[in-house]
Structure formats: structure tokens, C-alpha cells
Design a protein around this ligand. Structure first.
Ligand code: NAI
Ligand code: MG
Length: 487
């Protein structure tokens, strides 16, 4: 085994970058750890300016060929990548779980199939792309979706391969080339994806992966003048830095950022359904941008809701994410755990009461927590924790529920539990959110727009909206036969 390979449960992962169809090492490395036991998994190439330059140059060189590749051939190659994902689903699942601590059972059954679907979906989309024509005094206006050029994609650690491929697939389908910079806490599945892309026959330079820290590799990539699009999922402060770098080159950006989404439970709701939706918010140990972390419950049912919630939450099994029976795994990193615990300590000091949890467990595990007696303007209600920490507040009227729901600087998602269709429509119309779920959570069609309002994001991706972002639209106006402009 070369010094540039590490193994996870028998699966070999190359620890170098993937640039221009070749593995490239760096002088420096950083240590990747597993949140399951905090142990190091290996040393990963630590990219910086030189690697960013090389990767963007490779993407730029590959761009004309890829852009000129017929859509049917691009679609075929994307489907070949999807085949590869499906063939290596078990390897991808165990490597992702070991690297970021999310449940193996959800990687197997939900996440990795969705990774394959991301490629198939955008392959299909490309082949069925509409080319709208308009007519003006006999002149045809033909609208085409031209690829934009090299795209830099920066992704987080909470759903590494799912979020990376949600961007990679439309960017490539549209005819762009890509440089991916995965999060430094979960670099491994991006390297496996590079292997799959090569095996599928994707030409050199079409997909590149640069490993490293955000402040080094990431910052160098987003400031590069040859980049034509930047798509980012992560935190608000990082988005501000990327926006500033992109502004210098006038590069369009797509940002999917944090949230502090509400779950509104009305007294007319199916209470068991509402409780299930609430408990679901502990998924991925609360490290989900869409999580409805603010439970807003109509006062008359609050006590009964809380009683059933506590019963359900107490039955959750916390432990090793590789165990099929585990419901809640570890949080990603000691720094994340400190951050979560800091939020909870300050909330408790400010007068909050922990109905359940409120403290660390063993290792990197945090006890599922529900806090009440929290003020609307307090930090715990206003700021994203990104851990298994929910707050519960009560409301008396529909109007108050909407006011509380909208009263943060975020606007990513909202969930409404009610048995009254008319109420659902009234409330939904007033909520500020990119996605609203009524009596459900997390389900979503990839043709629909996805993104956040206010501090939760800029732009939308999904279906047409992805192509809108990753393409330079062109309108070609053709005169009718025999037409003379000055005849
Ligand atoms: P982050 O926003 O710093 O990291 C996300 C990605 O951005 C990583 O790949 C990182 O290397 C890269 N990055 C960092 N600085 C960069 C820069 N200057 N230029 C280019 N790329 C850069 O998020 P972090 O520190 O990992 O997590 C902090 C908090 O952010 C979390 O506690 C959570 O509240 C929020 N978050 C939200 C996510 C979401 O899904 N919306 C995902 C991850 C984090
Ligand atoms: Mg890791």
C-alpha cells in the first residue's frame, strides 16, 4: 500500500488531490479523524494556492472539449458515474460513516442511493431540456443553455457526498467543468468519487478534487479569476468571505446556508405525527441545515405534546453509527461539540430549563436536548446550533405562531403540523422559507427549487433552477428568409 492511501474497513482511499486526471500530492498534509472514536484515519493532502491554480487550469483546459460533447454523451457518462456509485454503495456508505459519523443505515438506504440519483436525475434533465423559442415580427428568438465554464464547488461535512453531487451533477450535465473542495473534516468520499469518475470514463480535468482547509485551498479557489461559477453550502460567515472574493471577479454565486427553522404544531394536528416530526429533528445528531430546531406548540396541547415527545426521544438509541439499531451517532468534531455545549450552557445560565439532555455524553456524543423557558430574542432561539438541541415555545394564536416562526434572520425551511387544510394554506403563505413542509418533513422532488431566504442563502438550485445557475443563457434572434433590415 502506498503512503498515499489509507484504508477504512478494508476500503482503500487515495489521500491526494485529483487534478487533470492524475493524483497529485502536496508537501503538507492534515489529519482526518473519525468522530466515532476520535482516532486519526490518516493524512490528507493539504492544498493551497498552487493546487488551486493547477486545478482551475485543468478545468479550464478541459472545458471546451466537455462543453462541445453532445448532451447524449454527457448524459451517458453521468449515468456511468451513477452505476459506479451503486456498485460501490457499501464502500461509500462505510467510508462516509467512518469519516463524518452519520448513520450507516441512512447512508446505505437513503443517502448513497440519492447520490446516484443526483447523477441520473440531471442526466435525464439534460436530455429533456426545453429550448424555448419566441417569435417577434417573424424573427425567431431561440434560447439556449450554454455552459458557463469552470465551476468551484465548496461543500460541508454534514452530508459530504450528497451535497457535493447535488452540485457536481448539474454543473457537469450543463457542460461545465468542476473543481470540488470538500470539507476538511470529511474529505474521503470525494476521493472515492474521483476514482468513480475516472472509471466511468469522464475525460481528464472535467472533475477535479482539491483537498485542504477552507482558509487555504478554499480561499484560493474562490478568488481565482478563471472561475465562472461558485456554489457553496456551509455557514453564513464563510459565505460572506466567498461573496467578497467572488465580487472581485463578478462571479455568480449560489449559497445554501444555515437555518433556525420552526416546526409549528397546532392544536388541531395529529399529535403523534407532530411528535414524530419533532423527534426526527435529532437525525444526523442535529447536524442538518434544514432541521426544524424551534418547536412552536399551541398552548393547550403543549403539555401533552411534551409528554409524548419525551417518551419518544427517551427511546432513541445513541451510539456507534455503524450499528444498524443506532438512532443518534456522534457529532463531527471536538470543536463542534464544544460549540454545541457552549450554546446549551449559555442558554441554561440565561434561565432555560432542560426537559431532556442538556449535557455531553461519552466521547463526541451529545445528549439529545430539549430546552424550554427560552426567550424569543435569546441566542439559543436565534442562532444555529448544529447539534441535537431543540427549543420549545408555546403560542396562543395563529398570528403569534407566524410571528414567532418568522422572527429570526434565517429563512431556510418551516414545517407545519395541522389537521386543517385552510389553516395550512393561510400559514404557509405568510412563512418566510425556501421550503415549507405540511404534515411531513425532508421529502422533496429534485425538479423543485431548493434554497433559503434572508441569511439562509442566495439563489435556488434544483431542476431548471440548477441549469439557470450553471448556464449562460443565450438568445439567438434569426431573421426570416428574405428579410432585409433596411429594405
Ligand atoms: P464552514 O462554512 O466554515 O465550512 C464549509 C466549507 O467551506 C468547508 O469546505 C470549508 O473548508 C470551506 N471554507 C471555509 N472557509 C472558506 C473560505 N474562506 N473560502 C472558501 N471556502 C471556505 O462551516 P464549518 O466551520 O465547518 O461549520 C460551522 C457552522 O456552519 C456549523 O456549526 C453550522 O452552524 C454551519 N454549517 C451549515 C451547513 C449547512 O448545511 N448549511 C453545513 C456545515 C456547517
Ligand atoms: Mg473525518
Amino acid at each position: 500500500m502506498s503512503s498515499h492511501t489509507l484504508t477504512v474497513a478494508g476500503v482503500a482511499v487515495d489521500t491526494r488531490h485529483w487534478i487533470g486526471g492524475a493524483r497529485v500530492a502536496s508537501a503538507g498534509t492534515f489529519t482526518d479523524e473519525s468522530p466515532i472514536d476520535g482516532r486519526p484515519l490518516g493524512e490528507i493532502a493539504r492544498g493551497g494556492q498552487a493546487e488551486a491554480d493547477a486545478a482551475v487550469a485543468a478545468a479550464r483546459q478541459a472545458f471546451p472539449g466537455w462543453a462541445a460533447t453532445p448532451p447524449a454523451e454527457r448524459a451517458r457518462l453521468l449515468r456511468a458515474v451513477a452505476d459506479g456509485v451503486e456498485k460501490r454503495l457499501e464502500d461509500l456508505a462505510i467510508v462516509e460513516t467512518t469519516d463524518n459519523g452519520a448513520l450507516l443505515r441512512s447512508h446505505r438506504r437513503g443517502v448513497m442511493p440519492r447520490v446516484a440519483h443526483n447523477f441520473r436525475f440531471f442526466a435525464d434533465w439534460l436530455e429533456n431540456l426545453g429550448h424555448e423559442d419566441f417569435d417577434t415580427r417573424g424573427h425567431t428568438n431561440h434560447v439556449s443553455w450554454d455552459p458557463a465554464g469552470p465551476c468551484v464547488l465548496i461543500t460541508p461535512w454534514n452530508a459530504p457526498l450528497m451535497l457535493a453531487t447535488w452540485k457536481i451533477a448539474p454543473a457537469l450535465a450543463a457542460g461545465n467543468t468542476v473543481v470540488l473542495k470538500p470539507a476538511e473534516w470529511s474529505p474521503l468520499t470525494a476521493s472515492l468519487l474521483a476514482d468513480l469518475a475516472a472509471e466511468a470514463g469522464l475525460p481528464a480535468g472535467v472533475l477535479n478534487v482539491v483537498q485542504g482547509y477552507g482558509a487555504e485551498a478554499g480561499a484560493a479557489l474562490v478568488a481565482h479569476p478563471d472561475v465562472r461559477r461558485i456554489s457553496f453550502t456551509g455557514s453564513v460567515p464563510t459565505a460572506r468571505r466567498i461573496a467578497a472574493a467572488a465580487a472581485a471577479n463578478l462571479v455568480p454565486t449560489s449559497f445554501e446556508l444555515g437555518g433556525k427553522s420552526p416546526l409549528l404544531v397546532f392544536a388541531d394536528a395529529d399529535l403523534d405525527l407532530a411528535v414524530n416530526l419533532a423527534v426526527e429533528q435529532y437525525d444526523n445528531a442535529g447536524q442538518v441545515c434544514l432541521a426544524a430546531t424551534r418547536l412552536l406548540v399551541e398552548a393547550p396541547v403543549a403539555e401533552e405534546f411534551t409528554r409524548r415527545f419525551v417518551a419518544r426521544a427517551s427511546a432513541l438509541k445513541q451510539g456507534d453509527p455503524r450499528d444498524e439499531s443506532t438512532d443518534i451517532g456522534p457529532n463531527i468534531h471536538p470543536r463542534q461539540l464544544d460549540k454545541i455545549d457552549g450554546f446549551v450552557r449559555r442558554a441554561l445560565a440565561a434561565g432555560a430549563r432542560a426537559v431532556i439532555g442538556g449535557e455531553r455524553g461519552e466521547g463526541l456524543y451529545y445528549r439529545p436536548t430539549l430546552l424550554t423557558d427560552v426567550a424569543q430574542d435569546s441566542e439559543i432561539v436565534q442562532e444555529e446550533v448544529f447539534g441535537p438541541v431543540l427549543t420549545l415555545q408555546t403560542f396562543d394564536t395563529e398570528d403569534e405562531a407566524v410571528t414567532l416562526a418568522n422572527d429570526t434572520r434565517f429563512g431556510l425551511a418551516a414545517t407545519v403540523a395541522t389537521g386543517d387544510r385552510a389553516r395550512a394554506e393561510r400559514v404557509t403563505a405568510r412563512l418566510v422559507a425556501g421550503t415549507v413542509w405540511v404534515n411531513c418533513f425532508f421529502v422533496r422532488d429534485l425538479r423543485a427549487p431548493f434554497g433559503g431566504s434572508r441569511d439562509s442563502g442566495v439563489g435556488r438550485e434544483g431542476g431548471d433552477w440548477s441549469f439557470d445557475f450553471y448556464c449562460d443563457l443565450k438568445n439567438t434572434v434569426t431573421a426570416p428568409e428574405g428579410w432585409q433590415n433596411h429594405g
